[in-house]
Design a protein around this ligand. Structure first.
Ligand SMILES: Nc1ncnc2c1ncn2[C@@H]1O[C@H](COP(=O)(O)OP(=O)(O)OP(=O)(O)O)[C@@H](O)[C@H]1O
Length: 444
């Protein structure tokens, strides 16, 4: 059976490069063998979830090439959660609790003072019907906790190998809030069962959730999927990423002009056994994914590396893949121009600067105008090709006696207004004889 995978972000901000590590791993594991990739907005936290963020997540994934096969939002599925929760209540696995946050805080402080772990003591389980009625008469509304089985929950983690957590070390998790809203821990399992999710690949921030959720899967009679918890991306100094700060959001990287495959290559390959390098397509990237070879240590990455990857990716990109975008940027010169400039750019938009250098005008401040006039005098006749530059510079050398930097630098500066850039043997024919003459004679 082909895998069914999902990316399930909360639409509470713009997704960042760490979030897409999760999305990419799921996409790769699912799509490389013809599986289904689901995008699910986990928007049960209505106070923080926003439609504009959900829209942005979809756009970001599509920009990266991960088109979802199915898209759904948890806020549309409340009736499924209502009926499933009723089953858990009927089975005695959900029980009402009336403690306020302050009461719980106090209890935890007391446990800590006694050297005990701050685990919920299940006091609510001992409440009689009369006590519950009295609390409700006071105006209290219950929140609902899941009765854990207090056992050793084991699973074969796709990344971490054999894993286990003893749920007796955990508090019974709240699955339904006092206002009746559901927590992600529950709704996620209900959806994963309903959608037939076969693999749950997510960050290791979810490991504890997994033990709880395996118990919920079992309580609901669902098939427990394969779980895999990957390391989280952190900055070089070890700082985590959060949607709330907006740092390294996919949106900002796109606006900064980075290529989607540079972003994806960095997000996916950092902290794996593969060298971090630009990979040309998601399909190629998917072939490199081996969950069992993802490191357990945090995946530290240098945000500056994205520049390097972007440049390397563009250096290897064939003209056909960028032709339309070059036209949209107002860049001419076709494939020849692309071959000449692609190894001199970090971002595609920089091609426009070089095209402006080709078409002119350029301002230069070469003082030795006599040298330029003598160079102009020996300019070869057209047509020009890649050999013209060396024919010309040999002639200028013979004419003026200049060599090395003293020969090349004034010519480069006069022709481009700059002291660096693409090879002049490629640029020269693009600039053309007429403009070269103008620039040597300073007649722009
Ligand atoms: N720095 C990170 N590196 C890799 N994966 C991450 C990182 N941060 C979050 N994830 C993963 O992204 C997926 C979506 O997570 P979620 O929507 O909860 O976002 P978040 O960034 O963890 O949370 P928050 O909105 O609280 O900042 C989860 O599977 C989570 O494990």
């Amino acid at each position: 059976m082909p895998p069914v995978v999902r990316f399930a972000p909360s639409p509470t901000g713009y997704i960042h490069i760490g979030n897409i590590r999760t999305a990419l791993l799921n996409w790769c594991v699912g799509k490389r063998v013809g599986g289904q990739f689901i995008l699910r907005y986990d928007d049960t936290d209505t106070a923080r979830s926003r439609q504009e963020y959900a829209d942005a997540i979809r756009q970001d994934l599509i920009w990266l090439g991960m088109v979802p096969d199915l898209e759904l939002r948890q806020s549309d599925r409340l009736s499924l959660y209502d009926t499933t929760t009723a089953r858990l209540r009927a089975a005695g696995r959900l029980y009402p609790c009336y403690e306020t946050e302050e009461e719980l805080d106090r209890r935890r402080a007391l446990q800590k003072a006694r050297g005990l772990p701050p685990v919920y003591d299940r006091a609510a389980l001992k409440l009689t019907d009369m006590q519950k009625a009295a609390l409700e008469a006071e105006g209290r509304r219950p929140h609902w906790r899941f009765l854990l089985n207090h056992r050793r929950v084991e699973w074969e983690d796709g990344v971490r190998g054999p894993a286990h957590i003893d749920t007796s070390s955990l508090s019974d998790p709240v699955l339904v809030r006092a206002d009746g809203s559901y927590l992600y821990t529950l709704t996620s399992v209900i959806d994963d069962i309903d959608l037939g999710v076969t693999h749950i690949i997510r960050g290791e921030d979810h490991v504890t959730n997994t033990a709880v959720q395996i118990e919920i899967f079992e309580a609901l009679g669902g098939r427990v999927p394969v779980f895999a918890h990957h390391n989280l991306l952190t900055t070089l100094s070890g700082e985590g990423l959060s949607k709330r700060t907006g740092a390294l959001s996919i949106r900002s990287l796109r606006e900064d002009g980075f290529e989607p495959m540079a972003v994806s290559s960095l997000a996916l390959l950092t902290g794996t056994s593969e060298a971090v390098r630009p990979v040309a397509s998601l399909e190629e990237l998917a072939k490199l994914v081996d969950l069992s070879r993802i490191s357990r240590a945090p995946a530290r990455f240098d945000p500056a590396e994205i520049q390097v990857l972007n440049a390397r990716l563009l250096h290897e990109t064939p003209y056909a893949e960028v032709a339309d975008r070059l036209v949209a940027l107002g860049v001419g010169g076709g494939e020849t121009f692309w071959q000449v400039v692609r190894s001199n750019i970090v971002k595609l938009a920089e091609t426009k600067n070089w095209w402006d250098v080709v078409t002119g005008p350029v301002a230069s401040d070469v003082e030795d105008t006599a040298f330029l006039s003598r160079a102009a005098a020996v300019l070869p006749p057209g047509p020009w090709d890649e050999t013209t530059w060396s024919i010309w510079t040999d002639a200028v050398k013979a004419e003026t006696g200049a060599k090395g930097k003293a020969l090349f630098m004034p010519l480069r500066q006069a022709l481009t207004g700059l002291d660096h850039g693409p090879e002049l043997k490629g640029l020269l024919p693009l600039i053309g004889r007429e403009r070269v003459l103008e620039r040597l004679k300073r007649e722009f």
